[in-house]
Design a protein around this ligand. Structure first.
Ligand SMILES: *[C@@H]1O[C@H](CO)[C@@H](O)[C@H](O)[C@H]1NC(C)=O
Ligand SMILES: *[C@@H]1O[C@H](CO)[C@@H](O)[C@H](O)[C@H]1NC(C)=O
Ligand SMILES: *[C@@H]1O[C@H](CO)[C@@H](O)[C@H](O)[C@H]1NC(C)=O
Ligand SMILES: *[C@@H]1O[C@H](CO)[C@@H](O)[C@H](O)[C@H]1NC(C)=O
Length: 375
């Protein structure tokens, strides 16, 4: 990002804009399917359909602050033979929990500096796929902070926050961080009915509680996961925002694999092009979604070893969205044809007119991501 500040103001704004990356959620549909073997090899009372099969991952760890949302997701997963466990996130609206989240990030040295793409109003532009950003809040933050010195650390960022945008981003980051700690130190999964470890270092599916798996996800995952690059630390079942054809991962015979390498999510030239595209093709600010590359933490596979590596690599990194921190810290890949999607009840959001552009950066289950036309 060295050239970042050397650019004319307008470009810098575009860049900054594009550096924004969106946080949670993932609303759009597809029929819920009925796919069905067991994740676990071990016998279990939950085994109800299909032959016992070695699962592609050992269990699902569902990040949630709402037991009701968790329950709905757990039910869907159970129907698909996936054993799940709720992993409590941080509630950014609770002062006490926010304090805890902040402390955790501070322990990892992530609060003393801000990434250049982070600012109060940009954090308010954060949104999830299918949900429009809160332009009102973002504009208010922008004006409020226009003539002030930029915040230098998370404390200052929080002090300026007037719309609850910063606590949310902090809470999400800390929730994933704490989950990695649990995986790394063996306290997760906590449930004891998972049976013998099928390997020393199995994959776990980390997902947020508003996410569902795509039809036929298991067949695809069983078939495709073995083609994942051997150096993969994180493999996302879902991403949104821009992507590059050149990031396609090729296999041994130069054949295409199902994966894209989620690299350079903040490469400035690409962000500039992406943001320009979005602005040029949008109808004014209110329709500009400003997606980054390979954004999101809705659903990803990670192993305890990957969690340990992440925890080591994120030390001292400047504060920014956790998905970006992850991509800049360890090897991330994404399923080019996504294997997860948002919960159907959010689908009405997609009908909003201003979302027409956003939809182009939101992939559908089991299909090629939308052509990235700017590219
Ligand atoms: C942020 O900066 C302010 C002022 O320089 C300082 O008082 C505060 O301790 C800093 N906070 C963190 C978390 O570094
Ligand atoms: C946007 O932010 C404003 C100010 O905080 C708030 O009143 C409003 O409810 C928010 N809108 C949405 C759709 O969240
Ligand atoms: C493991 O990590 C979790 C999550 O941070 C923590 O609550 C727990 O105390 C840790 N356990 C050990 C044995 O370190
Ligand atoms: C590579 O080619 C060999 C021989 O044609 C084939 O058996 C193998 O499946 C191919 N591997 C991949 C990853 O396509």
């Amino acid at each position: 990002m060295a050239c970042f500040w050397g650019m004319p103001l307008a470009s810098a704004v575009f860049l900054t804009l594009a550096g924004l990356v969106l946080a949670t959620g993932a609303p759009f549909i597809d029929d819920t399917d009925e796919v069905l073997h067991l994740v676990q090899r071990s016998a279990s009372s939950r085994r109800s359909r299909g032959p016992a099969a070695e699962g592609p991952f050992r269990a699902a760890l569902v990040v949630s602050i709402d037991p009701e949302s968790y329950k709905a997701t757990e039910g869907e997963l159970r129907d698909q033979g996936v054993l799940a466990e709720m992993v409590r996130g941080f509630d950014g609206k609770s002062a006490e929990e926010l304090e805890g989240a902040l402390q955790l990030l501070t322990d990892y040295g992530n609060t003393q500096h801000l990434h250049p793409t982070v600012s109060n109003w940009l954090l308010c532009m954060h949104t999830s796929p299918g949900k429009p950003p809160n332009i009102t809040a973002a504009s208010a933050e922008l004006w409020h902070n226009l003539m002030r010195q930029a915040p230098r650390n998370v404390t200052e960022l929080l002090a300026r926050d007037q719309h609850g945008c910063v606590p949310k981003v902090i809470a999400i980051a800390a929730a994933h961080l704490r989950l990695w700690q649990g995986l790394a130190n063996g306290s997760l999964p906590a449930r004891t009915d998972l049976g013998e470890l099928t390997g020393e270092d199995p994959w776990y599916l980390v997902m947020e509680d508003d996410v569902a798996l795509c039809p036929a996800w298991r067949e695809r995952m069983m078939q495709e996961l073995p083609q994942a690059p051997i150096d993969a630390d994180v493999i996302k079942l879902y991403f949104f925002g821009h992507w590059r054809k050149e990031d396609a991962v090729t296999g041994l015979n130069n054949s295409a694999t199902p994966f894209l390498e989620a690299r350079d999510p903040l490469r400035s030239f690409d962000l500039f092009k992406a943001a320009s595209y979005e602005l040029l093709h949008g109808r004014g600010w209110s329709s500009v979604p400003i997606a980054g590359f390979y954004a999101g933490t809705q659903a990803y596979l990670i192993r305890p070893s990957g969690a340990r590596k992440l925890l080591k690599k994120i030390r001292g990194q400047p504060f920014q969205d956790i998905d970006m921190t992850m991509m800049l810290s360890v090897k991330n890949y994404v399923w080019r044809k996504v294997l997860a999607h948002g919960r159907p009840e959010d689908v009405n959001l997609l009908k909003f007119d201003e979302l027409s552009l956003l939809q182009r950066t939101v992939p559908d289950c089991n299909s090629e991501p939308p052509e990235d036309q700017f590219w």
